[in-house]
Design a protein around this ligand. Structure first.
Ligand SMILES: Nc1ncnc2c1ncn2[C@@H]1O[C@H](COP(=O)(O)OP(=O)(O)OP(=O)(O)O)[C@@H](O)[C@H]1O
Ligand SMILES: O=P(O)(O)OC[C@H]1O[C@H](OP(=O)(O)OP(=O)(O)O)[C@H](O)[C@@H]1O
Ligand SMILES: [Mg+2]
Length: 300
């Protein structure tokens, strides 16, 4: 009898704000995924990994309970579940393995536009509609104010207008939803991003091996996203000035150009933003054919 190799189980949001970015990240890590709307446990065909597609609010619990080995979830959802479990005396341990570069938003208190906000004290005793009462409660306690809650899982911004609450505490990114509902942001409670989390108890050797392959790929994808490959032709006698203008700490590669003694090719991987102003300065030094290219993958 043969025993099959254990498969690493990763929980991701089925549909919503994090699902496209999560799926794109996994695909860029080389995972061949067959995701269709109805398939809730998707098999990765080229690695021993299964992707469990669930509501994002279920992900922290699935990882904390050890049902899934890894999960990709917003820090707001994660900390809300952790605080809630701690309050109830339930298991709440996990490892935050990697802070990811998507899902950025803030969890903020917002009041009707006409409300005269003079500081946190003026919110004392008011009632707030929110999806994340524990996060708001922690913030209120830390700031010495008492607030009441009204729990809404979505469309939180409607609450003040229909008399459900005095204000709201919800996720904001562009601020368009607040504006469309006559609300203004008055205080940031929590800054959130997506994180890769891992169950707290050690993985078996096989699963740890899969994770050891996956993690450098995730870091490589993130690093590649923020890096650019820069190529240009520079006058040979200006190499020192050109090199000094290059963003990042990498030493440029200098290559000869066939049949030219006066010009060289300069190549560099830039991990910092390469501004138009820098390109203009390089042009001023006599450089030309300046190319800035995206990088797909990076390692080492
Ligand atoms: N406007 C936004 N901009 C950026 N990130 C956001 C925004 N709204 C939510 N997020 C992040 O995406 C996560 C998922 O939000 P989304 O609205 O898709 O799902 P949900 O309704 O909160 O949860 P569920 O998947 O359980 O139904 C949030 O927990 C937060 O971390
Ligand atoms: O600042 P903005 O860019 O306008 O984004 C903020 C909105 O996005 C989220 O809701 P979502 O659109 O995910 O709907 P939901 O309430 O159904 O989850 C959040 O709960 C806000 O309502
Ligand atoms: Mg939402």
């Amino acid at each position: 009898m043969t025993t099959s190799q254990p498969r690493l189980r990763i929980a991701m949001q089925k549909s919503g704000r994090l699902s496209d970015d999560t799926q794109a990240l996994l695909k860029r890590c080389g995972l061949k995924l067959n995701v269709s709307d109805r398939r809730l446990l998707a098999h990765v065909s080229n690695m021993p990994i299964d992707i469990m597609r669930v509501r994002s609010s279920d992900i922290p619990g699935l990882v904390m309970d050890g049902v899934c080995d890894l999960g990709i979830v917003g820090d707001n959802t994660l900390e809300e579940e952790e605080l809630d479990r701690q309050l109830k005396g339930n298991k709440s341990a996990y490892i935050r393995t990697t802070a990811l570069d998507f899902g950025g938003c803030r969890f903020s208190i917002a009041m009707p536009e006409e409300f005269e906000y003079t500081g946190l004290d003026c919110l004392n005793g008011l009632r707030f509609a929110t999806t994340y009462p524990q996060l708001l409660n922690r913030f209120a306690k830390a700031n010495g104010i008492n607030v009441e809650f009204c729990l809404l899982k979505g469309s939180v911004e409607v609450a003040p207008r229909v008399g459900l609450a005095d204000g709201i505490c919800d996720l904001v990114s562009t601020g368009a939803t607040l504006e469309a509902n006559g609300l203004k942001e008055v205080a940031e409670v929590f800054h959130s991003k997506a994180s890769l989390i891992q169950r707290a108890d050690p993985l078996c050797a096989d699963k740890q091996g899969i994770l050891d392959t996956l993690l450098p790929r995730i870091h490589g994808v993130m690093k590649a996203k923020e890096s650019k490959y820069i190529m240009l032709h520079a006058p040979k006698d200006k190499i020192a000035q050109v090199s000094a203008l290059m963003p990042g700490k990498e030493t440029p590669t200098i290559l000869p150009l066939a049949g030219r003694d006066d010009i060289v090719a300069v190549h560099v991987v830039a991990t910092e933003t390469f501004f138009w102003e820098t390109m203009e300065k390089l042009k001023g030094l006599g450089c030309n054919s300046i190319l800035v290219m995206p990088i797909e993958k990076m390692m080492g």
